[in-house]
Design a protein around this ligand. Structure first.
Ligand code: GLA
Length: 415
């Protein structure tokens, strides 16, 4: 009996030892990091949503000229002027109030507009803009505060989107100030979804300044995405932003556009030639065309730039290709010329011959061969000068023009 007991005890001990041994062999639970949050895929976007920006959006925004000095009077007068000047007929349709229209949130969290500056309220203002056949836009921010310290939308996306829809907002510019610890790949889709849920067609303009290379992930999230910091009304600012667009052409197309920032045409001390160059290149880039000047008092030479229908047609071309820099020639002593080309729906090209040299230099001859564009070397397309509005007839092989410093020649080449 004792012997049987001791065999049982031995078996028990062996079983315990085996269990402990086996347990020690089990892989330890691995603490895995959370999977990265996937950017919602571009594919299943509703067609109607993408159609909101089949071509680059066009309109006007208060910021570049007026900063925080916005009011319902400015917006009404601007809407009137967009119609009276023919800007609306030329395609500029969104009237967007940038920062500073908002002051606080009420007890329910609903955003409160500045009651002094917008005494009639946003609904009445949107109705007025709509009554002119235009569309109405507002500005907010993905962080806690806007760049001017007004309440941002972080945590209030649904409340804000519902409010915008109730007011009749058609366009939202969504900025990136006060976003410490906020991931743009979460914040922007969150607001996009809130806008969709609110049930109104609203163009979504992402203003993230290019920090996270939004061109690589924002198609299907926003209709346009800023690729740079802020523009200023100077030649230096224009060429600095232009240089940042060189490699981005492959990311633009119907439904989603690179945004090198709003237009400064008519602002600061930009000359007529500089305004022409800035506008030409923004159109070559298939950039959104958001005017930023005082359209109530546009000198004729500014009007002629912003309303040149042939040039706007380059920007709005149905193919939706963004132009590329096809050559840059350094001429020494800081002087340089560049050739940019944009493929068009009809098989032709828009070509900009840009002289970046100092204003003190002589005008420079600039030549472009059709072969550089991708046509046959001996092609003989027709050429139209889009600024003088003159047809130059058929040109064989190479086109040459003399261009003044800080100016551009913009031609349409049709095989
Ligand atoms: C940022 C944006 C600008 C403008 C201001 C408003 O700087 O990039 O376009 O909206 O904020 O505060």
């Amino acid at each position: 009996m004792r012997r049987i007991m001791s065999v049982g005890a031995l078996a028990l001990v062996l079983a315990v030892v085996a269990a402990v041994f086996l347990a020690a062999q089990q892989p330890k639970p691995v603490v895995r990091p959370a999977p990265p949050v996937a950017v919602p895929p571009a594919a299943p976007q509703p067609v109607a949503w993408m159609e909101l920006a089949r071509t680059p959006p066009m309109g006007w925004n208060s910021w570049n000229k007026f900063g925080c000095n916005v009011s319902e009077q400015l917006i009404r007068e601007t809407a009137d002027a967009l119609v009276a000047t023919g800007m609306k007929d030329a395609g500029y349709q969104y009237v967007v109030i940038d920062d500073c229209w908002q002051v606080s949130r009420d007890a329910r969290g609903v955003i409160v507009p500045d009651a002094q500056r917008f005494a009639g309220g946003m609904k009445a203002l949107a109705d007025y803009v709509h009554s002119k056949g235009l569309k109405f836009g507002l500005y907010s921010d993905a962080g806690a505060k806007t760049c001017e310290g007004r309440p941002g939308s972080n945590g209030y996306e649904d409340v804000d989107a519902r409010q915008y829809a109730a007011w009749g907002v058609d366009y939202l510019k969504y900025d990136w100030c006060s976003t410490d610890g906020v991931d743009p790949k979460i914040a922007y889709p969150t607001m996009r979804d809130a806008l969709r849920k609110a049930g109104r067609s609203i163009v979504f303009s992402m203003c993230e300044w290019g920090r996270s290379q939004p061109w690589t992930w924002a198609r299907g999230v926003g209709h346009l995405w800023r690729t740079t910091g802020d523009i200023g009304p100077t030649w230096q600012s224009f060429v600095r932003l232009l240089d940042q667009q060189v490699d981005l052409y492959k990311f633009a197309g119907p439904g989603g556009w690179n945004d090198p920032d709003m237009l400064e045409v008519g602002n600061g001390a930009l000359t007529a030639a500089e305004n022409r160059a800035h506008f030409s290149l923004w159109c070559l880039l298939a950039s959104p065309l958001i005017a930023g000047n005082d359209v109530r008092q546009m000198p004729p030479e500014v009007r002629d730039v912003l309303m040149n229908k042939d040039v706007i047609a380059i920007d709005q071309d149905a193919l939706g290709a963004q132009g590329r820099r096809i050559r840059r020639d350094d001429l020494g002593r800081g002087a340089s010329v560049e050739i940019w080309a944009k493929k068009l729906q009809d098989g032709g090209y828009a070509v900009a011959l840009l002289n970046r040299s100092a204003t003190t230099s002589e005008p420079a001859p600039i030549a472009v061969s059709w072969q550089e564009l991708g046509l046959r070397y001996d092609a003989e397309p027709t050429v139209r000068d889009l600024w003088t509005k003159k047809d130059l007839g058929r040109v064989k092989g190479t086109f040459t023009a003399t261009v003044a410093p800080h100016d551009v020649m913009l031609i349409r080449v049709t095989p």
